[in-house]
Write a protein that binds this ligand. Structure first.
Ligand code: NDP
Length: 497
């Protein structure tokens, strides 16, 4: 087995103590406290990180406020701003190998995946959003004003940045989630305080360096590492923050909404999922089986949109389940730096315990484990790719987000049955449909209550495709031009002529 060589720049980056990035300067946490981010493949210490708290959040918010209200950012032309955002994308590509290695070390994902997907997608997001900086148009409006007969008005709308934005991101795609949030916020002229997940702060810290190098003025982007309760909660509650954008669990999403009540800041949320992936009997046999496996096992199932509920039309149920189980057994699980690794460890000991806890609950509820079902070894946080059948709708493994490589499979009989079954969830983030019947595919897409429906594919993400959830999967959309709405206010201007 060959293993990738650790880049010397990555080695020195991880060994250096990491500070907070506030007002364009690297500073220690006010408390002086630090914490260790471990390598999930070994459980061993990877880097020392500043543990930001309420005082640091306050400093960062004030730096962002000053940058928004008085700094050069607001005076840049849209074209200049767009070029700076584009440059961030360029710098990400220039530092692709370092970022990919950091992502693999910190999160556990295979280096090959980080190189091919996470880092290029993050760069592409900045490139895509850069173009919008010059296209934030309002419109001119024709007024009638019935109580002002004969008076003429000139009315128009302006699209303006919201102001100071707090962004709280998770650990499953650390760099990409930072890009999804920072790209539209910067393209539209906002100032940001980014709080990365405690498990995976490293790529955001390197990104902060690249953002400064790209020419983003001081205070426009601030990065405060730390824990959710100490740094995330005060950010969501801060009265000088105009908007908070959050990705993570539905449980914490609800806390964010409560915290935002104080000054009624705007809130956008990208939360959990329990996404249905529906295979009809007429689907391409090989593509649907491979697609069902990819839908759940990509990123070790640590995807908010993972196809974790597999529904297969009865006549093909056994064959598809067997096919997915065969793929599960063949997946090479190991250290993300090993070139042949297809699935790395889960991100943390906590996540390992959570996923194995779900597996135990499935077994004790009477579900059948077709393959997998347990931890691999006792070093690092590895879990077997798992396929489960003979479930009942009320089981926890069917209803709750597991966020691991665990799929529950169930047969269905007809399109009417499956629409109801697929929608029987408090979530509505993603869904997959596999069929060669074009009208069935689109009829099903229309009936699914989900923010994204993939037909004969899964896990396709693009900067131009809006992403977000129905029901308890969130508020608002990221990516695409819809993301601009989440970061702008519309001002109506009315002049009497
Ligand atoms: P969380 O929702 O706790 O974490 C997401 C982010 O929110 C992190 O930066 C976290 O900080 C921060 N946070 C935590 N508590 C608060 C708070 N009270 N106020 C403000 N911010 C806070 O997810 P977990 O990491 O605990 O994972 C638990 C489960 O959540 C997973 O098993 C999965 O089901 C789901 N999840 C969903 C994701 C998605 O993409 N939709 C992504 C990640 C998890 P920190 O972790 O640094 O302490």
């Amino acid at each position: 087995m060959s293993t990738a060589t650790l880049d010397t720049r990555v080695e020195s980056f991880t060994q250096a103590p990491h500070q907070l990035f506030i007002g364009g300067r690297w500073v220690d946490a006010a408390s002086g406290e630090t914490f260790i981010t471990p390598n999930p493949a070994t459980g061993e210490a990877l880097a020392s990180i500043a543990a930001g708290g309420p005082e640091d959040i306050d400093r960062a918010v004030r730096a962002a406020r000053a940058a928004f209200d008085e700094g050069p950012w607001g005076r840049m032309t849209p074209s200049e701003r767009g070029r700076v955002v584009w440059k961030i994308g360029d710098l990400i590509l220039e530092h692709l190998e370092e970022l990919a290695q950091l992502e693999s070390l910190d999160n556990g994902k295979p280096l090959t995946v980080a190189r091919a997907a996470d880092v290029p997608l993050a760069a592409d997001l900045f490139h895509y959003m850069a173009g919008w900086a010059t296209k934030l148009d309002g419109s001119s409006l024709s007024l009638s004003v019935p109580y002002a007969p004969g008076v003429q008005f000139h009315a128009y709308t302006l699209r303006e940045p919201i102001g100071v934005v707090g962004q709280i991101i998770p650990w499953n795609f650390p760099l990409l989630m930072a890009a999804w949030k920072l790209g539209p916020a910067l393209a539209t002229g906002n100032c940001v305080i980014l709080k990365p997940a405690e498990q995976t702060p490293l790529s955001a810290l390197l990104l902060a360096q690249l953002i400064a190098e790209a020419g983003v003025p001081d205070g426009v982007v601030n990065v405060v590492t730390g824990f959710g309760e100490d740094a995330g909660a005060p950010l969501a509650a801060h009265d000088m923050v105009d908007k908070v954008a959050f990705t993570g669990s539905t449980e914490v999403g609800k806390l964010i909404v409560q915290a935002a009540i104080g000054n009624l800041k705007k809130v956008s949320l990208e939360l959990g999922g329990k996404s249905p992936n529906v295979v009809f009997a007429d689907a391409d046999p090989d593509a649907s089986v491979a697609g069902a496996a990819n839908a759940i096992f990509f990123n070790h199932g640590q995807c908010c949109v993972a196809g974790s509920r597999l529904f297969v039309e009865e006549s093909r149920f056994d064959e598809v389940v067997e096919g997915v189980a065969e793929i599960a057994k063949s997946i090479k699980v190991g250290d993300g730096f090993a070139e042949d690794t297809q699935m790395g460890p889960l991100v943390s000991d906590e996540q390992l315990r959570r996923v194995t806890g779900f597996l135990d609950s499935g077994r004790s509820d009477g579900a059948e484990v077709v393959t997998g079902g347990g931890q691999i070894g006792d070093h690092g946080y590895f879990v077997e790719p798992t396929v489960i059948t003979r479930t009942r709708p009320e089981m926890r493994i069917v209803r709750e987000e597991i966020f691991g490589p665990v799929v529950v499979a169930e047969p269905f009989q007809s399109l009417d049955d499956i629409a109801a079954l697929a929608n029987d969830s408090s979530y509505g983030l993603g869904a997959g449909v596999w069929t060669r019947d074009i009208s069935k595919a689109h009829a099903m897409a229309k009936r699914l209550r989900a923010g994204t429906v993939w037909i004969n594919c899964y896990n396709i993400f693009d900067a131009a495709l809006p992403f977000g959830g129905y029901k308890q999967s969130g508020w608002g959309r990221e990516m695409g031009h819809e993301a601009l709405e989440a970061y702008t206010e519309v001002k109506a201007v009315c002049a009497q002529l």
